[in-house]
Design a protein around this ligand. Structure first.
Ligand code: ADP
Ligand code: ASP
Ligand code: MG
Length: 416
């Protein structure tokens, strides 16, 4: 390197602000000053924002108000994408008013190309050129999360909570040093801190555990965002947009110094239980039930089969997402002759509680601890599912808080 020339390396940071962080003008101003502080460090900053808290729900409500079931999903996305259009523009203006050059981008303007699965589209690729150019001009790029454009050039949305995925995908496409997810809690906790008061903030969590926690209901990060971060090795940090506190870093397993057997407990009220009673206990019966469900695009999660004492008839219990319950029942009714069953029962008032931890690979006894803790509280288990690093149980919804707190204590996770 010639004398007098020094290597200039600019840090590129992606920040994401969720709905509560941009819920009104005061909060948007406070986000703007946080962005300004990052810019003052000499960093290039791309900011992904969500719609104002509650606004996406309102938009969904309007669509459902006109047509609850058979609506055109491309038009649904056209409506839903509008929430983020408001906040990107407002944040860009808020930044400009405090002397920070900025411009806003809708998903398509920022190069987010997705597939055509309206309502839960997947990002296929991002052309980072427009955002890069904006950053190179010394401006903050403010990008609408949750949206992209399909091959047919229709607007798409990425599924609820999808701004997290927009942020991680953008960080990967730009090769950003960090992706900071600012939200209304100051990190990832051992359980939802709004329900479990004794939940502890984790300094670090592995991608794998975060992936399980998210897919099992911990909505602090959208599941796809974690999968994407893991795949592209994006350094994700979850932290508060309201306080200057250290957050939680999502890392590889090797980066965890002291590992616990159980890292967290998640819950999901998004499940519904279906029981098919009196099916004959013969080969092919499970295929006869689950085939038509899968053909209709209905995902089945937990499955339990119990055989009657005479060995002739069985009962089959499984869960589907609550939103899919009416369709699942209709499918079973249509396939009744083919399956051959006595009756179908359903219960939407259930909750799935899951204990997660990479330490469960090498330690036994968590299942027993979980079942005995629930038994001691008189909580009945309707179904069980396990994987290498998690155990899930299905219980009555009314026991959610009780079960979460009892399991949190039993697994030794309570804050002192
Ligand atoms: P944003 O609008 O910023 O995207 P979300 O509402 O999507 O925020 O996610 C943050 C919420 O996730 C928190 O308010 C909290 O109630 C919930 N949550 C659930 N499980 C956890 C957990 N294990 N740790 C932290 N937050 C959790
Ligand atoms: N606004 C969208 C939602 O409410 C996306 C997001 O907040 O991440 O789901
Ligand atoms: Mg969210």
């Amino acid at each position: 390197m010639p004398l007098g020339e020094c290597e200039l390396s600019v840090t590129l940071v992606v920040q994401k602000y969720g709905g509560t962080s941009v819920a009104d003008l005061d909060r948007i101003r406070s986000v703007a000053s946080r962005v300004k502080r990052q810019v003052a460090l000499g960093d290039q900053v791309a900011v992904v924002v969500s719609a104002m808290a509650g606004s996406t729900n309102q938009l969904v409500g309007w669509v459902h108000g006109l047509d609850a079931a058979g609506y055109d999903t491309a038009e649904y996305d056209q409506v839903l994408a509008s929430g983020e259009q408001v906040t990107v523009g407002l944040l860009a203006i808020a930044l400009q008013t405090i002397g920070v050059p900025a411009r806003s981008f809708l998903g398509w303007q920022a190069g987010f190309r997705t597939d055509r699965s309206h309502g839960s589209a997947r990002i296929l690729e991002i052309d980072p050129a427009p955002v890069r150019e904006c950053l190179a001009q010394g401006k903050v790029a403010v990008i609408a999360g949750f949206q992209g454009i399909s091959p047919e050039r229709r607007l798409t949305t990425l599924g609820r909570g999808g701004s997290d995925t927009s942020a991680v995908a953008l960080a990967a496409a730009l090769g950003a040093q960090r992706c900071d997810i600012f939200t209304d809690v100051d990190g990832v906790y051992t359980s939802d801190p709004r329900i479990v008061a004794k939940a502890r903030k984790l300094d670090r969590i592995t991608y794998e555990e975060m992936l399980e926690m998210a897919s099992l209901g911990a909505k602090v990060l959208q599941t796809r965002s974690v999968a994407m971060a893991m795949q592209h090795q994006v350094r994700v940090q979850v932290l508060s947009s309201f306080a200057d506190l250290p957050g939680t870093l999502v890392v590889d397993e090797e980066e965890i110094v002291e590992s616990q057997i159980v890292s967290g407990i998640a819950y999901s009220r998004d499940e519904a239980r279906v029981t098919v009673l009196g099916v004959s206990d013969r080969p092919g019966v499970a295929a006869a039930i689950f085939g038509p469900l899968s053909d209709t695009g209905i995902n089945v999660d937990m499955i339990v089969q119990s055989v009657s004492r005479d060995g002739v008839y069985a009962n089959l219990t499984f869960t589907v997402s609550r939103a899919d319950l009416p369709r699942a029942l209709a499918v079973l009714e249509r396939a009744r002759a083919e399956i051959g069953y006595e009756a179908v029962g359903a219960d939407a008032d259930v909750c799935k509680i899951s204990v997660v931890g990479v330490g469960m690979r090498s330690h036994t006894g968590i299942a027993h601890k979980m079942f005995s803790t629930l038994a001691a509280k008189g909580i009945n288990i309707h179904a069980i599912a396990t994987s290498e690093i998690k155990i899930s149980v299905l219980i009555g919804e009314e026991y959610t808080e009780l079960a979460l707190r009892a399991l949190h204590t039993a697994c030794g996770l309570d804050r002192d």
